[in-house]
Ligand binder design. Structure first.
Ligand SMILES: Nc1ncnc2c1ncn2[C@@H]1O[C@H](COP(=O)(O)OP(=O)(O)OP(=O)(O)O)[C@@H](O)[C@H]1O
Length: 245
């Protein structure tokens, strides 16, 4: 199976510092990976590279076996298939439905399809009746769920999540965990940055532990169906099924 992502000899520099240095990393489609590590370990930086929001300072990034950046058209298509839910939630002013409609409108979806997708996504995050609520009057947990719904409405092939449960109370965090488990069970390709290793373990995500921009460690899940080969800062994981889209 062709890996979803292949990173080779990647380095990323910020203000003259190397903040990410990954010799080799393969991520397979339909899997749930968790990036863990201390503050500043490079988790968000790696997510930004995977989301194609940033280009590595050096090295090669391949998606579906194709080297990037490639053609503008290819990049454009991939950007539509990969969605990052940022750590800090930014909602537009207006209603929750407006927030969900925005990206769908940019993709040229009809009003009917936008409404259908928005309702489905809000129901998926347990906020089916929130469409008309003002986005700036939501609680932190509700905002986070709306941000996830907004991402899901785009029907991404790859969903990247940066600290998705930060700032949630116990019951919201539990609800969010249930949502992530549901997405995992549907076979969506997921990469989540998290400080919460207990959450990572409960979700059975394959852990990629970062320290000072380098990959360490083994997966917490220790699942027998996954072969993990760690050599320096490289990980190689076995194939699994692509999700139905
Ligand atoms: N815009 C920037 N300019 C300069 N340095 C940056 C910038 N963004 C991040 N860094 C640095 O890059 C390193 C990796 O940061 P990153 O945000 O990827 O870490 P993280 O693992 O996500 O941390 P946290 O758990 O605190 O969110 C840190 O040393 C950080 O200070």
């Amino acid at each position: 199976m062709t890996p979803l992502y292949e990173l080779s000899d990647i380095e990323h520099h910020r203000e003259g510092r190397t903040v990410l240095a990954i010799d080799r990393l393969e991520l397979l489609p339909g899997r749930f990976y968790a990036l863990t590590g201390a503050n500043g370990a490079g988790k968000s930086t790696l997510l930004h590279l995977l989301a194609l929001l940033d280009r590595p300072s050096r090295g090669e990034l391949r998606i579906d076996g194709q080297s990037l950046p490639g053609s503008n058209r290819h990049l454009y298509r991939l950007r539509r298939e990969i969605t990052l839910v940022h750590q800090a939630v930014f909602l537009l002013s207006g209603s929750v439905a407006d927030n969900l409609a925005f990206g769908l409108k940019l993709r040229g979806l009809s009003r009917r399809e936008r409404n259908r997708r928005a309702l489905w996504a809000l129901q998926t995050v347990g906020l089916g009746d929130f469409g008309e609520r003002r986005a700036n009057r939501l609680s932190g947990g509700e905002s986070r769920r709306v941000a996830l719904a907004r991402a899901l409405a785009l029907k991404p092939r790859v969903l990247l999540l940066d600290e998705p449960t930060t700032g949630l109370d116990e019951s919201s965090a539990a609800a969010f965990e249930g949502l992530l488990a549901g997405l995992r069970d549907q076979g969506l390709s997921l990469v989540m940055a998290s400080h919460d290793r207990a959450l990572v373990q409960r979700l059975g995500a394959e852990e990629i532990r970062l320290a000072e921009g380098r990959i360490l460690g083994r997966p917490l899940a220790g699942s027998t169906q996954h072969r993990l080969a760690v050599a320096g800062s490289s990980l190689c994981l076995n194939p699994s099924k692509m999700p139905e889209r």
